[in-house]
Design a protein around this ligand. Structure first.
Ligand code: NAD
Length: 518
């Protein structure tokens, strides 16, 4: 079996404790043995990152950008192999895995040229012979902790902009995608990063490597932490960052609404809802949670939707390219998803489709042998109302809840009544309803006549309310998360000049009364 190591200061470092990474579709297929980095190793990684930072921050930004360009080329070259590995390890379809990897390539393309911008400003002074200017400065050592459902795209959204702006990194990838993360880290290294600029410590979360990395904030070894994962863990990390006066990046969970209005193109809306709810087996932060149907089309939509749900193909995506979704990424997600059946039943919701775990005797349209992984049956609940737990709770699996409303105002009010605000969508051809939705929806991202899922490398990604703390990934917006503004006064007068006190303010002349002309 292949044994992997942590990457600390450019060296391979093994740990005594280890864990295995497996093919999610076939749990007997082991991808490798990975270290579970201990506290001392996480500390060493932070020390190496501090040394790396001292070199990297002095590397001219356009050269840093060039290295990001090299990384983009390396990922492009390895795109197919990396996508295959990703699909095998965490179980998304190959088409989606290629999208996941392409997002990292696009991110490199975007940030390569940002190395030639990173603009500051020249600012007029209120005094003579004085120049004011602003500079973006890197923060220092950034701790990165990521979830396994987008094992290349999501880390790239943090690591690439943090690098181009001159920071160094200690990354704790998801234990669900250790092999993919290792491969991605090697491609990052290949681009030409000096030793210590990117450090990778593998391991688990609570009571393990992830928690040790969070602890590094209290030891003042991290200048920032960037996290993608559940809201519960994000809240804990935010508390530690808060007491250290550091502003974390927190990209968290979602319970994303899709509204379908009475005038919508129903076939288009059904296709959007199907993909949003069941693509990646519902294991996207932007997956559709609450499907909000306007009363006049409620029954017709459900009929068309169920017809499609019944045709969903599920299976090992490496063996069967035409499946809509594959396995649960891990047993923990499967168990949490399975538990939602009891929650929805206790709520009084009506089960329209779904039969828990797919087995040999309960196969739906499953292709192959379902006993090799954890596969879930596509599940649809109707009669869901705002007070139900199933309406409020992120399920993170192939499940959607249908809520009936009457009119745009009730639809938007319903969409806004969960404590998340990541993504959202509306299907309507009424421009005023689309405008009302855009104006009033509480979400970081919205689609009009499209799915709740999907992102482009140059658009801001992130949420409001329980979905995050307002930071944004991607595009120009993410740069704010990895730099601080430095204002510089350059005094050329050769004397002490004081703002506000040595400033010549213009004097107002005699008041002119316009009515005197009439
Ligand atoms: P999780 O919070 O359990 O784990 C995410 C990462 O944090 C993993 O690397 C894990 O090892 C680590 N971790 C877990 N507990 C920790 C702790 N106490 N201290 C430090 N690190 C810890 O998340 P998950 O359940 O694996 O992932 C699914 C969640 O992630 C869902 O809620 C999903 O919506 C969210 N997610 C959000 C986004 C986004 O951009 N908003 C993207 C992907 C996933």
């Amino acid at each position: 079996m292949k044994k992997y190591s942590n990457i600390i200061g450019g060296k391979s470092v093994s740990s005594q404790k280890t864990f295995l990474s497996r093919n999610s579709s076939n749990l007997e297929d082991i991808l490798g043995e990975f270290p579970d980095a201990n506290l001392e190793q996480v500390r060493e990684a932070c020390i190496a990152a501090k040394q790396g930072f001292d070199v990297w921050r002095k590397t001219p930004a356009p050269i840093r950008g060039q290295i990001i360009g090299n990384i983009g080329k390396a990922i492009e070259r390895e795109k197919e192999a990396l996508s295959q590995l990703l699909s095998r390890e965490m179980g998304k379809t190959l088409k989606e895995a290629r999208g996941d990897v392409q997002e990292a390539i696009d991110t490199c393309h975007f940030f390569q040229s940002e190395g030639r911008r990173l603009y500051g400003q020249t600012v007029p002074s209120e005094m003579h012979n004085k120049e004011l200017s602003t500079y973006r400065r890197p923060l220092g050592v950034v701790g990165v902790i990521t979830a396994g459902n987008f094992p290349v795209a999501v880390p790239s959204w943090k690591i690439i902009p943090a690098l181009v702006t001159g920071n160094s990194i200690v990354w704790k990838p998801s234990e669900d995608a250790a092999a993919t993360s290792y491969a991605f880290a090697k491609l990052l290294e290949e681009g030409g990063l000096p030793d210590g600029v990117l450090n990778v410590v593998f391991g688990g979360g609570a009571g393990s490597t992830g928690e040790f990395l969070v602890q590094m904030m209290d030891e003042k070894r991290l200048n920032k932490i960037a996290f993608t994962g559940s809201t519960a863990v994000g809240r804990k990390i935010g508390e530690v960052a808060g007491r250290n006066l550091s502003h974390p990046t927190l990209e968290l969970g979602g319970k994303n609404p899709m509204i379908v209005m009475r005038d919508a193109d129903l076939d288009n809306a059904v296709a959007g809802a199907l993909w949003a709810a069941f693509g990646t087996g519902g294991q996207r932060c932007t997956s559709l949670g609450n499907l909000i149907l306007d009363e006049p089309i409620h029954d017709a939509f459900i009929e068309k939707f169920l017809e499609k749900v019944k045709t969903i193909k599920i299976g090992d995506p490496i063996k069967h390219e035409d499946v809509l979704y594959g396995p649960f990424i891990n047993e923990r997600f499967y168990k949490a998803w399975d538990a939602h059946y009891d929650m929805a039943k206790a709520d009084g919701a009506t089960l329209l489709h779904g039969s828990r775990r797919i087995t040999d005797t309960n196969k739906d349209n499953f292709i192959g042998d379902p006993s090799t992984g954890f596969f879930g049956s596509p599940t649809v609940w109707a009669g869901v109302t705002k007070d139900m737990d199933i309406f409020k709770t992120e399920v993170f699996g192939p499940t959607v809840s249908i809520v009936k409303v009457n009119g745009i105002d009730e639809a938007i009010e319903t969409a806004n009544s969960v404590d998340y605000g990541l993504s959202s969508a509306i299907y309507t051809n009424n421009r005023m309803w689309a405008y009302q939705f855009k104006d009033q929806i509480q979400a970081g991202m919205s689609s009009i006549n499209n799915s709740t899922t999907g992102a482009e490398a140059h658009m801001p990604f992130g949420g409001v309310k329980g979905s995050g703390n307002g930071t944004r990934e991607s595009g120009i917006w993410v740069i704010e998360s990895y730099t601080y503004w430095h204002g510089v006064n350059d005094e050329l007068s050769g004397k002490l000049q004081l703002a506000q006190m040595d400033t010549e303010y213009g004097e107002v002349k005699q008041a002119f009364d316009v009515s005197s002309l009439m």
